[in-house]
Design a protein around this ligand. Structure first.
Ligand SMILES: [Fe+2]
Length: 180
């Protein structure tokens, strides 16, 4: 029921058409989400290889490349989740009120991981420049703290968020305003 400025009310009815088959667009979004998760897991593996190779068995070219790619890879994935996936999930409706809190928590974790990724970028470049003159134990602890936390986040994204996203995006709910 809509109330106009002059006080009169208008009743509008809404019809929802639900398609249970996935659309090319929705399948594309799920696949892109999956690719971003895979990409982040791969960069975690690269960081683990570096951590395992400290202090003297690290390929410095790989180290620098990973340092440069880290933040862009993480940021692109976070932007996709926050700007594409989260809004789609939020539109699902009131039955997902608890999900809204979860999405806020995930967004908060994204911010923390992006700051952490920037710190790792600096630390790896410093290591490439100064070798074992940097604090190796601290660098190792830093790298492991990052990729272990990131893998936990990614596992949650994959096990909890991706199935919901796939389900929501395979069921399109398009509101249509009926003529009064
Ligand atoms: Fe995420």
């Amino acid at each position: 029921v809509l109330t106009k400025p002059n006080g009169t009310t208008v009743v509008r009815t809404f019809q929802f058409s639900v398609h249970t088959q996935g659309t090319p667009e929705s399948e594309g979004l799920s696949q892109r989400f999956e690719k971003f998760l895979v990409g982040q897991n791969l960069i975690c593996d690269e960081l683990e290889t570096i951590a395992d190779g400290l202090p003297h068995s690290v390929d410095l070219q790989v180290c620098l490349r990973t340092a440069q790619r880290l933040l862009p890879v993480v940021k692109a994935a976070h932007d996709f989740e926050e700007q594409v996936i989260f809004p789609v999930l939020k539109r699902k409706g009131p039955q997902l009120t608890q999900l809204a809190e979860t999405l806020d928590r995930l967004r908060f974790e994204h911010w923390g991981d992006e700051e952490y990724a920037l710190d790792i970028n600096y630390a790896l470049r410093e290591y490439a420049r100064r070798g074992d003159k940097v604090n190796i134990e601290s660098l190792s602890w830093m790298l492991r703290g990052f990729f272990e936390g990131m893998r936990r986040h990614l596992a949650f994204d994959r096990e909890y968020l991706l199935p919901i996203a796939s389900e929501v995006m395979s069921t399109r709910c398009m509101p249509r305003v009926a003529q009064p």
